[in-house]
Design a binder for this molecule. Structure first.
Ligand SMILES: NC(=O)c1ccc[n+]([C@@H]2O[C@H](COP(=O)([O-])OP(=O)(O)OC[C@H]3O[C@@H](n4cnc5c(N)ncnc54)[C@H](O)[C@@H]3O)[C@@H](O)[C@H]2O)c1
Length: 354
């Protein structure tokens, strides 16, 4: 078992990583926070695999729990789904002392977290991530959101969980593409903050070392969150690959998953940075080889024009500038504001392979 304390201006909380944790999750919750009543929010896939284990464990620990199950998929990460969750909480007469448990991937955590942030002006929630991406990224840091038709994650709130409980055994049932999605975010952490992690991912598979590698990744993410909870400065380095990645997701009408889009976005940022002399060492080739290793795509299937159009609607736009994150070397990136008029040039350099 590994434990890590996340410090943020929205409150401090523990992350517990333990293989097999779901079986005794009720007892674990009772030793950490006092709770009598919970709503478990999960999607249909995770419900089928893990909800019974969790509900039974909560019951054994004396916690009265009901379950809300939603349809998986980015197209359902909407305000309408959140409204249904809110109605369910109201029907169940949830009060301010009650708690939401988000059991699932990043979509579940983002929507259950947003619901927790606005129900009764805010109730406690727990993150129980069941994807690699949710474990190392989405469950930590307190960003919650839904998509709007104009783009991804455009409505949301900062709302920190009270506790994050991660059982790496759940990763054994992940479909291969969802597995790869999580690896893209791990590679991103290596690229922005930890060259040792990057080289480890180049040489070893993570499967036999989940607890350590999840801990390593959470400490990277939490380090940024502690220094910049509201995401106005250094935390934006975590957006490496995301400005172009979000544009790719949007251009594909979300048929390209988040992690796959981020992989392409990282490659575009690396190619552009290398061509513009921003890199202090070669980054494109090592990045490509590690993305290949985890079956992640590296080429953008859309035109530069469509990517620019989609990127201009991104949250990372500030007036006439858009914030890019570009690599200087493996393990080190920098924030690089680009005036909108120069964006097309960066995107072109990022797409072209020459
Ligand atoms: N809040 C943040 O800081 C943050 C950070 C990164 C990403 N995100 C968001 O996270 C979302 C992506 O998260 P994700 O990749 O976890 O996707 P997801 O939540 O859609 O899960 C992917 C798929 O895997 C299934 N699944 C989940 N756990 C499983 C398991 N253990 N076994 C089998 N199937 C399982 C789900 O049902 C779903 O079909 C995006 O919406 C992204 O915007 C948020």
């Amino acid at each position: 078992m590994k434990k890590y304390q996340v410090n943020s201006s929205g409150g401090n909380y523990d992350v517990v990583i333990d293989s097999g944790l779901l079986e005794h999750i009720g007892a674990l919750i009772q030793t950490s926070i006092s709770v009598k009543k919970m709503i478990v929010i999960t999607d249909f896939n995770v419900d089928r695999l893990y909800a019974d284990i969790v509900m039974n464990s909560l019951e054994r620990a004396g916690i009265s729990a009901a379950k809300y199950v939603f349809n998986p998929g980015e197209e359902n990460k909407t305000i309408q789904t959140v409204l249904q969750m809110l109605d369910f909480l109201a029907q169940q007469q949830m009060t301010r002392s009650d708690v939401i448990l988000a059991l699932g991937g990043g979509i579940c955590g983002d929507m259950a977290g947003f619901t927790a942030a606005i129900y009764l002006r805010g109730i406690r929630f727990l993150q129980v991530p069941t994807t690699i991406l949710a474990a190392i990224d989405a469950s930590v840091g307190g960003k919650t959101a839904v998509n709007l038709s104009a783009g991804k994650n455009l409505a949301g709130a900062f709302w920190q969980p009270s506790l994050v409980l991660c059982d790496p055994q759940t990763f054994s049932t992940l479909p291969p593409t969802v597995f790869s999605d999580g690896m893209a975010e791990m590679i991103k952490h290596g690229m922005i903050a930890d060259k040792t992690l990057f080289h480890e991912l180049q040489e070893n598979r993570p499967e036999n070392n989940w607890e350590n590698i999840i801990l390593q990744n959470i400490s990277i993410k939490a380090g940024f969150v502690a220094r910049d909870t509201r995401d106005t400065g250094i935390r934006q380095l975590l957006n490496f690959g995301h400005t172009f990645g979000h544009a790719i997701e949007k251009c594909s009408y979300y048929s390209i998953s988040h992690g796959h889009a981020v992989a392409i976005g990282m490659m575009m940022a690396a190619r552009a940075a290398e061509k513009k002399g921003i890199c202090l060492e070669p980054v494109t080739e090592p990045l490509k080889s590690v993305l290949d290793r985890y079956h992640l795509p590296t080429d953008c299937p859309f035109t530069a024009e469509s990517i620019v159009l989609a990127a201009l609607q991104d949250k990372k736009r500030f007036g006439d500038r858009i914030q890019l994150v570009l690599p200087e070397r493996i393990g080190q990136c920098l924030l690089y504001p680009v005036v909108i008029d120069d964006l097309a040039d960066f995107v072109n350099s990022g797409i072209r392979k020459d």
